[in-house]
Design a protein. Structure first.
Length: 148
């Protein structure tokens, strides 16, 4: 059986990082994902708002590097949860449990930050400054011979 989903969209709010009683990190956020087709009446594209939950290191990564409006690619599985509301009614919710979250844009391409947001001064693919090489390491010498 297979339960795998890949989504690309913009965060509708800053991720909310919480911890379980045992200290495990869990982040929740939602993505606005445009449909590939427009509506029959107006031709406008429609948008789905999909709840995402990330655990452990993925949760910490998302809460540290992603903000509202940032494009993200989420890979994970679809999960349906049954729950009871305050009035005792039975409810169902669908959410994606993220295995991996990737940057879907670069700092230059990102949307303007939310009001009071910190902007995009965080690393992303394509323009990440690598840390300086430690004095403990030296560059390998190239003798022109391939090892295979």
């Amino acid at each position: 059986m297979l339960n795998h989903i890949v989504l690309m969209g913009r965060l509708t709010r800053d991720p909310e990082l919480r911890r379980t009683q045992s200290g495990v990190a869990v982040a929740s956020f939602s993505l606005a994902v445009d449909r590939d087709f427009g509506s029959r009446d107006s031709g406008e594209k429609q948008t789905d708002f999909i709840d995402i939950v990330a655990w452990r290191n993925t949760a910490e990564f998302v809460s540290k590097y992603f903000t509202k409006g940032r494009m993200a690619v989420v890979s994970g599985r679809l999960q349906i949860r049954d729950w009871t509301d305050r009035e005792g009614g039975k409810r169902r919710s669908a959410e994606v449990v993220a295995d991996n979250v990737y940057f879907g844009d670069s700092k230059r391409d990102g949307a303007a930050p939310a009001q009071g947001g910190s902007g995009y001064d965080r690393p992303s693919y394509g323009n990440y400054d690598a840390p300086a090489i430690s004095a403990d390491f030296s560059e390998a010498e190239d003798d022109g011979e391939l090892p295979f």
